[in-house]
Design a protein around this ligand. Structure first.
Ligand code: NAD
Length: 259
């Protein structure tokens, strides 16, 4: 996919970084993003250039702030001349009963996991329309299709982004711009990996048992999804073969939502 520019929000770790690497391997120019703005972030972009021979830059933007989401797209277009692929991936989580859920955590999760996609999509559409094509991929979750207790904001945001995906797909259906959502189950990212020791202690179980019986209780395969699986699906949705796939939710969840 040479000469295509891909913005991946929240892409300095986990799923976002795997998607950036997979799109770089396809020859895309890459815009990496997070809100941290550290030397390591820029080094990560340089490592993509070195490994895949593509242009790659790091751009700081706090996806909790609408104006920064829009500025990220504008900045990328100024630097590379286009935005052909937009992957809305940035996401955060907080777990608490709804009556105790801190309102500021609710606001932050809705902002980062849902409103950021609205702002970035709105900013990208004129450029994609101008180019006559585009791909928008929203990293939702199995929690965009199913609920779990104590995750009210996350589940609301992920259900919201599935609705946004379908609406944008319909609005752009005749523009050769597709918009789809990927709905992963549990993916073994550093964030999830870090929870395993605590869960082992809390449940007095070994690693294997805690993963099978606690973390993957809802995932019939009892295996984590790999970041590379989500990245490969993203690459497919960006391909010509996926031109007629729009407004879809693609589950990669080991059978979770088949239940
Ligand atoms: P992660 O914590 O490894 O990555 C999240 C990324 O978002 C990081 O790069 C972080 O810097 C960035 N980010 C967070 N807040 C931001 C902000 N305000 N502005 C800009 N960037 C910000 O987590 P992950 O597991 O790779 O999650 C990526 C996406 O996949 C999220 O939307 C998450 O909801 C979704 N997801 C994850 C899983 C899972 O099991 N890991 C399952 C389903 C969906």
């Amino acid at each position: 996919m040479p000469n295509r520019t891909a913005i991946i929000t929240g892409s300095t770790s986990g799923i976002g970084l795997a998607i950036a690497r997979a799109l770089a391997a396809e020859g895309c120019r890459i815009v990496l993003n997070s809100f941290t703005d550290q030397d390591e972030d820029r080094a990560l972009a340089a490592s993509l250039t070195e490994e895949f021979g593509v242009e790659a830059v790091y751009m700081k933007a706090d996806m909790a702030r609408g104006e920064e989401c829009r500025a990220l797209v504008d900045h990328a277009v100024r630097q590379f001349g286009s935005v052909d692929i937009l992957v809305n991936n940035a996401g955060i989580q907080h777990v608490a009963p709804v009556e105790d859920f801190p309102p500021e955590k609710w606001d932050a999760i809705i902002a980062v996991n849902l409103s950021s996609a609205f702002h970035a999509i709105a900013a990208a559409i004129p450029h994609m329309k101008g180019a006559g094509s585009g791909r928008i991929i929203n990293i939702a979750s199995a929690h965009g299709l199913r609920a779990s207790p104590f995750k009210s904001a996350y589940v609301a945001a992920k259900h919201g982004i599935v609705g946004l995906t379908k609406t944008v797909a319909l609005e752009l259906a005749e523009e050769r711009i597709t918009c789809n959502a990927i709905c992963p189950g549990y993916v073994l990212t550093p964030l999830v990996e870090a929870q395993i020791p605590d869960q082992m202690k809390a449940h007095e179980m070994d690693r294997e048992t805690v993963v099978r019986e606690v973390m993957l209780a809802k995932q019939p395969t009892r295996q984590f999804v790999r970041v590379e699986d989500v990245a490969a699906a993203t690459v497919f949705l960006c391909s010509d073969a996926a031109a007629q796939i729009t407004g879809a939710t693609l589950s990669i969840d080991g059978g979770w939502t088949a239940q």
